[in-house]
Design a binder for this molecule. Structure first.
Ligand code: APR
Length: 252
């Protein structure tokens, strides 16, 4: 592994890891811009992840998120999630920021995760915003896609909506401000498994670069960040991150 990264990690007191759907790919969760599977092939994720799509066809959108929730419930964190969780034990000020709506970082042992795009596990009422508690068990949604009526709020009767941030909606203020401050003050910024296309999340890497951090991208494919990060590592996070943590701190 590039010695600049290993030395920077060992010396750092402030490290930020910023993740996208790619870090959950090795857990079997499709990324956003990979081809959709089953019925979902006919849809582009960005056509389903919008307030208009939910208004137009609530059962289709709720069914899609239930299908994804079922995938996540049936999945396990991978070695990349676990390496990120282990990294936090070696860094005085460690911040994990994710665009992912699954809970695989938490299930791998990470805490205080900054979810910029919401969480599948936290749907809420469109009207009174009360959180909705899912019934036990994995939703019975076929991989080919099933329309499911969204549940109703037990308090006010309005529709429950997925707990994610849709295209056109603002990212939640508190996680965003915390993420931006962490990117501004870190010494090492690791950008893992994201196409770095969606704003404002993608601007975090630019903030870290402008602040002079050692910036690293982990992705098997090229992205626009390749030419601006300190080091672009071509590879899957489930392989690269454990290797990074092992070389820096002798993990596990
Ligand atoms: N390890 C690391 N990266 C991987 C792996 C892997 N095993 N497999 C795929 N990738 C990379 C792909 O090369 C791609 O660059 O993960 C990236 C996934 O990109 P997207 O599907 O665009 O996902 P993401 O960057 O998280 O999307 C950002 O867009 O659709 C919205 O809100 C949604 O949070 C999402 C946001």
């Amino acid at each position: 592994m590039d010695e600049r990264i290993i030395n920077a990690l060992r010396a750092a007191t402030r490290v930020v890891v910023f993740t996208g759907a790619g870090v959950s790919a090795e857990s079997g969760i499709p990324t956003f811009r990979d081809k959709q599977t089953g019925l979902w092939e006919q849809f582009d994720a960005s056509e389903l992840a919008t307030p208009d799509a939910f208004e137009r066809d609530p059962p289709l959108v709720w069914g899609w998120y239930e299908w994804r929730r079922g995938l996540v419930l049936g999945a396990q964190p991978n070695a990349g999630h676990r390496a990120i969780a282990a990294m936090a034990d070696h860094v005085p000020y460690f911040t994990l920021i994710t665009q992912n709506v699954d809970d695989l970082h938490e299930r791998a042992g990470s805490s205080d995760v900054l979810h910029l795009h919401g969480e599948l596990s936290r749907p809420y009422c469109e009207a009174c915003r009360r959180h909705y508690v899912y019934p036990e068990g994995i939703p019975d949604v076929l991989p080919g896609g099933t329309r499911l009526q969204p549940p109703r709020c037990t308090a006010c009767g309005a529709r429950i909506r997925p707990g994610v941030v849709w295209f056109g909606e603002r990212v939640p203020e508190l996680p965003w401000v915390a993420a931006r401050e962490a990117a501004k003050h870190c010494e090492v910024f690791l950008c893992c498994g994201t196409s770095a296309l969606v704003q404002p999340a993608a601007s975090l890497a630019d903030i870290a670069i402008a602040a002079g951090a050692t910036t690293v991208q982990v992705n098997p494919n090229p992205t626009d960040l390749d030419t601006s990060v300190t080091v672009a590592i071509r590879g899957p996070s489930g392989i690269v991150l454990p290797q990074l943590v092992s070389e820096a701190w002798g993990y596990p």
